[in-house]
Write a protein that binds this ligand. Structure first.
Ligand SMILES: Cc1cc2nc3c(=O)[nH]c(=O)nc-3n(C[C@H](O)[C@H](O)[C@H](O)COP(=O)(O)O)c2cc1C
Length: 185
């Protein structure tokens, strides 16, 4: 292992090192309207039930739609959708219909009224199970109530935001499964 030489770094920018979970698209529905937003700030909070914490800024149109409907879908886009992902993140559903503008197909979910995005590799139907941190931190705790995942490829080319307009593309894998405690797999 390497001994790195380090310099001071602005605390407000450490997110660039922590962010790179996959960028996701969050779709929602409320009173006949549908919407999509791009989201990088999410974290897994529990295995079972499957909980995911999501930061959804209160200035986003999606915030109000999800707060009111208490449902959404987390969709996983792949590399071929990168420019759509940025376009969705740079526009608001308060002004445009993003499904129409970005030529995406809305598919009916089974457990929530928010639509799934057909062009995405995976779709996780979610319900808001804890909204107690929404007012203070815009943090929604979601439970995945139904998941739909493409059968192939096993490891899609997901994109991971590194800040400053740069994405990392998932690539090489190493398998250390045999070293793991089974309950952590
Ligand atoms: C790469 C990227 C990552 C983003 N991550 C988040 C995020 O984690 N949380 C958030 O609230 N907004 C995030 N945004 C901003 C929203 O996607 C953006 O404000 C969007 O226009 C909101 O759409 P809406 O008003 O239709 O809800 C991100 C945007 C981009 C381009």
């Amino acid at each position: 292992m390497k001994a790195y030489r380090k310099v001071d770094f602005p605390a407000a920018k450490v997110r660039r090192f922590l962010e790179p979970g996959p960028i996701v698209l969050v779709s929602s529905a409320w009173r006949g309207e549908t919407n999509i937003m791009t989201m990088g700030w999410h974290m897994v909070m529990e295995f079972e039930p499957s909980l995911i914490g999501c930061y959804i800024w209160d200035q986003n149109h999606s915030h109000e739609m999800i707060r009111r409907s208490k449902e959404c879908v987390i969709n996983i886009p792949t590399l071929d959708m990168a420019s759509v992902v940025v376009g969705i993140g740079n526009s608001t559903g308060a002004e445009i219909d993003k499904f129409a503008k970005f030529k995406l197909t809305a598919v009916r979910g089974t457990k929530v009224s928010a639509p799934l995005i057909k062009e995405c590799y995976a779709n996780f139907e979610c319900k808001v199970v804890d909204a107690s941190l929404v007012k203070r931190y815009s943090l929604f705790v979601l439970q995945v109530v139904k998941a739909h995942v493409a059968v192939s490829p096993r490891y899609p080319r997901s994109i991971h935001y590194r800040g400053d307009g740069v994405f990392m593309v998932s690539g090489r894998h190493i398998n250390l499964r045999s070293r793991f405690r089974p309950e952590y797999l």
